[in-house]
Write a protein that binds this ligand. Structure first.
Ligand code: ZN
Length: 296
């Protein structure tokens, strides 16, 4: 499942191709990819044809392309969604759902293909609303607007307008385990199972420690580690373990070599040498070092 760094790789890859491009035609090949769109395939196609894409913007794992100051195409990648750039008229991709033919003033004609094996992802036309703090809606545009479908999602920890004070307050007032808090997209967006485990390992915090039991010092350390882990993964191009994850140019996003805890069950902790353990957590797993990450 893509997390923030994987989606940022997609955004950064799309940006030069779509920024300033005009949507020439839209072809919805599978209406299941419009589950979050109000209005059906014919509406989606007619509504976007002829519109100009202003940018490719991301907050957390959400990606959108404004087509005016008031509307955007929102992409939910879900578990396995891909945004692929292809030559115009290229053969249909496996699991292709929607294709936008675009015309860019410099790059000429291109196809933007939304492909998705498991159909949890979707595209939707959505209204843009003002951000409550007046800062840019996300990375990739200075516009202080955000799609309604993304408005409830907190800024991500790499966003210059991320509110660290609000993050600390949310952590301090919950008795939930800190890993669950990290995964709550209304507290901080973009962190999934992989980077939660990596950040908690780096900050030496047990994943089930109640938020309210963490001293402010520890919360600050954790936030700094979250930011460092995300930045590092971003620099390496994403760390997705999902074989279906493919970036905008079709290359698999496998950069698993630098993980310290996630997926390393039974292997030595890089810090203390004792084995990393795995416990089940919300239908998934948590990986941590029981020696370095003691329960409080
Ligand atoms: Zn250890």
């Amino acid at each position: 499942m893509p997390e923030l760094p994987e989606v940022e790789v997609v955004r950064a890859g799309l940006e030069p191709a779509v920024h300033g491009a005009t949507i020439v035609s839209v072809d919805v090949r599978d209406e299941r990819a419009l589950t979050r769109h109000t209005g059906g395939a014919a509406h989606f196609e007619a509504h976007l044809t002829g519109r100009r894409i202003a940018a490719a913007v991301r907050r957390g794992k959400f990606l959108w392309m404004p087509v005016s100051d008031d509307e955007a195409v929102v992409t939910h990648l879900g578990m396995s969604g891909q945004m692929l750039l292809r030559a115009p008229g290229s053969p249909e991709e496996r699991h292709e759902r929607i294709r936008l033919e675009i015309e860019h003033p410099e790059h000429g004609d291109l196809s933007v293909v939304f492909a998705d094996q498991r159909t949890f992802g979707s595209l939707a036309v959505d209204d843009l609303v003002d951000t409550p703090d007046g800062a840019a809606g996300g990375r990739g545009s200075a516009l202080a607007r955000v799609p309604t479908q993304v408005a409830h999602i907190a800024r991500d920890p790499l966003d210059p307008a991320f509110d660290a004070g609000r993050f600390r307050a949310r952590v301090a007032r919950t008795s939930s385990g800190i890993k669950r808090v990290l995964l709550d997209q209304t507290v901080a967006s973009g962190i999934g199972n992989i980077y939660a485990d990596e950040s908690l390992w780096a900050a030496r915090i047990h994943p089930e420690t109640p938020g309210s039991a963490l001293p402010t010092r520890a919360v600050n350390r954790l936030l700094a580690e979250v930011q460092a882990v995300l930045e590092k993964a971003l620099a390496e191009g994403g760390t997705s373990f999902d074989a279906q994850y493919v970036n905008v140019n079709g290359q698999a996003g496998y950069f698993a070599h630098s993980l310290n805890a996630y997926g390393r069950t039974g292997q030595p902790c890089p810090r203390c040498g004792r084995p990393i353990v795995r416990v089940s957590f919300m239908n998934r797993s948590s990986h941590f070092c029981p020696h370095c990450q003691r329960r409080r």
